[in-house]
Write a protein that binds this ligand. Structure first.
Ligand code: ADP
Length: 484
């Protein structure tokens, strides 16, 4: 699939440090999860290379920090335009190494690019404040200044958008970045860096350290231990997030963590059932269930339970698993064999505990799993407690609004939650009672660039996107001017 890129220069396999494309003695293979074919071999950097990238970012920082907001705006806007001009090639890279259907991949490019456009604009709004003096002869100011060298570690499920959501606000704020993309999806990350270079991002301002999973661990340690690195932004599993937080304690680093979820999707008896079915399909089966905001537990109120199940199962049965490059595929492959094992284990556990299989429930040839609906799921099942991260929709029955809220909140996670109801009072009550960072009311897909994305509880720290997203990369400085 990669010989078909319109611009072959976007296929990079070297890392990018200090404005130079860098080989390494070792390389690691990148595979197409739909076919198992090797796509490329990418430079496998180590902790020493990460240190070189940190130093490059450190050297590049003063000049980038001192650019005017208008200069940074112009560079980011050019980068945005280049991302959109190359939407097809970037989408091909995403589908090739990550597997999602090409239309979804094109959507991801537009979504990812929108952060670059948004933060190009936000760069102009990094405002300070003047406060009323507490004493005559004093003037009180608040400055917002870039935090410095930032590290970013990103996952494979949105291999482009998770990069731009971090790098665009960092660059807009006047910070420099060392990025370690996921080992499964380095190709689109390198293409994004190539376009940043073309857009005029100066050498050392954005550095990409590619590595396999073993070296990623060592690189993570180095990024955390460095006192040059002032901030780490991570999107990935809660387990790795906890580790990065512990590793960052000795240097008291600022952290932004976007971790796992266990999203409830509640359908009340006063819901528009057809809309709820469509919302559940969109929320659950996007990227074959491999997003941190995918519905993981579907709760349906008793009076509409069977009606919802009938309609939902019919829709799920019509989904089509297949290679993301095939025009009729709606469900791509899972990212790796271990992901299939997890779905299989969740299904087996649920069936053993009394769930009813309505459709799917089996591996398909290759790295695919049939879109699956289980009815009569219960709180003791693995699929109720852990994020499946695959195309399994377990449906639970509930009786009262209070019960639904308690079930939904009975998890250590708190990223996204969804519910469907036409009752105005209920919509407010339930939205307020859900312990989640994001709530979709009569909406199954809710992310966009100008809203705050992030979780509460063990789903993370901080917010990405929106005006809040750039605050991560700014330090507040209070200046008291006496003798005035
Ligand atoms: P996922 O389940 O999405 O693969 P991970 O948390 O394992 O989630 O991976 C997300 C990112 O974190 C990837 O870039 C991966 O290489 C990186 N990563 C995994 N383990 C570590 C670690 N110990 N230290 C630093 N980065 C890590």
């Amino acid at each position: 699939p990669l010989n078909l890129l319109a611009d072959a220069r976007l296929l990079k396999t070297d890392a990018f440090i200090d404005g130079r494309w860098r080989d390494a003695p070792q390389r690691f293979a990148v595979h197409d999860p739909a076919t198992g074919h090797e796509l490329a071999r990418v430079a496998n950097l180590d902790a020493g290379d990460a240190e070189a990238a940190i130093q490059a970012a450190h050297r590049a920082w003063p000049a980038w920090r001192d650019t005017t907001v208008k200069q940074r705006h112009a560079v980011l806007l050019r980068w945005f335009q280049l991302l959109m001009d190359n939407q097809d090639d970037l989408a091909r890279l995403i589908t090739a190494e990550q597997g999602k259907p090409l239309t979804e991949a094109r959507g991801e490019v537009a979504y990812g690019a929108s952060f670059v456009e948004w933060y190009a604009e936000q760069a102009k709004r990094i405002n300070g404040e003047t406060l009323p003096p507490y004493d005559n002869g004093r003037r009180l100011l608040v400055l917002r200044q870039p935090i410095g060298v930032c590290a970013a570690i990103t996952p494979w499920n949105f291999p482009l958008a998770m990069i731009t959501r971090k790098v665009a606000p960092a660059l807009a704020a006047g910070c420099t970045v060392v990025l370690k993309p996921a080992e499964q999806t380095p190709l689109v990350a390198l293409a994004v860096a190539a376009l940043a270079e073309r857009a005029g991002v100066p050498a050392g301002v954005l550095n990409l350290v590619t590595a396999d999973s073993a070296n990623s661990i060592a690189i993570g340690k180095r990024l955390c231990a460095s006192d040059v690195v002032r901030h780490i932004s991570f999107t990935g599993s809660t387990e790795v997030g906890r580790l990065l937080m512990a590793q960052s304690a000795p240097t008291v680093k600022k952290l932004a963590l976007e971790l796992g979820g266990n999203a409830p999707f509640i359908v009340f008896d006063d819901a528009d059932i057809d809309a709820a079915v469509e919302g559940a399909i969109a929320s659950k089966f996007r990227n074959a269930g491999q997003t941190c905001v995918c519905a993981n537990r579907i709760y349906v109120q008793a009076p509409v339970y069977e009606r919802f199940l009938d309609k939902f199962t019919a829709r799920v049965s019509a989904l089509k698993a297949g290679n993301g490059f095939a025009p009729d595929s709606t469900q791509g492959p899972l990212i790796e064999p271990a992901a299939l094992d997890k779905v299989e284990a969740h299904v087996a556990d649920a069936l053993a505990r009394g769930a009813r299989l309505l459709t799917g429930g089996e591996r398909l040839a290759g790295q695919f799993y049939a879109p699956t609906v289980l009815a009569d799921a219960t709180a003791d099942m693995l699929c109720a407690r852990e994020e499946t991260f695959g195309p399994l929709a377990p449906v639970f029955r509930f009786e009262t609004e209070q019960q639904a809220i308690e079930l939904a909140n009975a998890t250590e996670f708190g990223l996204a939650a969804y519910f469907y109801s036409t009752g105005l009072g209920r919509c407010f009550r339930v939205a307020e009672a859900l312990e989640y960072g994001m709530v979709g009311v009569n909406a199954g897909v809710i992310a966009t660039e100008h809203v705050p994305f992030g979780g509460v509880k063990q789903s993370g720290l901080g917010r990405e996107g929106s005006a809040l997203g750039i605050e991560e990369y700014l330090e507040v400085k209070y200046v008291c001017m006496g003798g005035m």
